[in-house]
Every structure is written in structure tokens, then in C-alpha cells.
Design a protein around this ligand. Structure first.
Ligand code: AMP
Length: 147
């Protein structure tokens, strides 16, 4: 039933949104919060989540919320590409456990990819906190510079 069901207000992204759990925030506005994935599939793996919504997945989300989220995804993808210079970038969104979803608050993955670098395995391997802090600082600075 992971594709259908009620929104769990205790999911980790809801906790992050309420300030009850930490995150490596890189961007926030009225609509979205973006932060680094702590089990990244590659260096600079960013997650973008809508703020004022209780949507578990693409089936639940209001179109306006989806639109705001995707606008932010595009903007932040440009930032990631400008700053980290990957050879490619993957944009992913999973719905239901068999599709790979593990956190049931809708979100989009921005995953930079480099030639010759094997893709990390989804959800495995915690990143070094120091590396995450450095990446966070670089991306925050790049966003500021673009404002
Ligand atoms: P999905 O599997 O599409 O539901 O994506 C959930 C993502 O959230 C995974 O890539 C996890 O590595 C990531 N994740 C889980 N907990 C945290 C956390 N506390 N901070 C940042 N990312 C997280």
C-alpha cells in the first residue's frame, strides 16, 4: 500500500520541515526546501521538497505545488551544474516502494553524474558530514551569487 495511504506527519522530511530534524539546507523559499541527500548517489545529490503540503507522491500533489517544486528543481539544477560541472544530471522522482520510494513526502532528486563514475546505489552509504558541509557552503554561495 505504499503508493496509497495517509500522509505520515512523522516522516523524516516532515520532521526536517518542522525543524525537528537537521538537514544540510541549500535553499528555501515560500514554496520549497532543498537540502543535500545524506546517503547520496553522487557528489552534490540534492533533494527538493514542497513545504506547505501533505502529498506523499505524484498522485496526491496539487498541480500548483508540483509546478513550484519543478521550477525550483530547474533553478537548482542550473546551480548544481554551474558549481560542480557534472557531465550529466539525473532528475528522479519515485512513487511507492516498488518504484524506489523510501520517504513518503513528495520530493525530487537532482543527481549530478560524471563520465566514468559508477552511479551510487540508492540509499546506501552515508556521506562524510565534512564533505556535505563543504558542498552545502559552495552551493549556498553559488545561489547567493546568482541572486
Ligand atoms: P526516495 O527513496 O526517492 O524516497 O528518496 C528519499 C531520499 O531521502 C533517499 O535518497 C535518502 O538517502 C534520503 N534521506 C533520508 N533521510 C534523509 C535525511 N535525514 N537527510 C537527507 N536525506 C535523507
Amino acid at each position: 500500500m505504499s503508493l496509497h495511504g495517509d500522509y505520515d506527519p512523522q516522516n523524516i522530511f516532515a520532521l526536517i520541515l518542522r525543524g525537528d530534524a537537521p538537514c544540510y539546507k541549500i535553499y528555501e523559499d515560500a514554496d520549497v526546501l532543498a537540502f543535500l541527500d545524506i546517503f547520496p548517489q553522487s557528489r552534490g545529490h540534492v533533494l527538493v521538497i514542497p513545504k506547505a503540503c501533505q502529498a506523499r507522491n505524484i498522485l496526491d500533489v496539487e498541480p500548483a505545488v508540483l509546478g513550484a517544486m519543478m521550477s525550483a528543481v530547474q533553478r537548482l539544477t542550473r546551480v548544481v551544474v554551474d558549481e560542480l560541472k557534472p557531465d550529466g544530471v539525473q532528475i528522479a522522482q519515485f512513487n511507492g516502494a516498488p518504484a524506489g520510494q523510501t520517504v513518503y513526502h513528495i520530493h525530487v532528486h537532482i543527481v549530478p553524474r560524471w563520465e566514468g563514475e559508477e552511479a551510487g546505489i540508492h540509499g546506501r552509504g552515508k556521506a562524510d558530514p565534512e564533505e556535505l558541509k563543504l558542498l552545502q557552503a559552495r552551493l549556498v554561495e553559488r545561489i547567493r551569487a546568482g541572486d
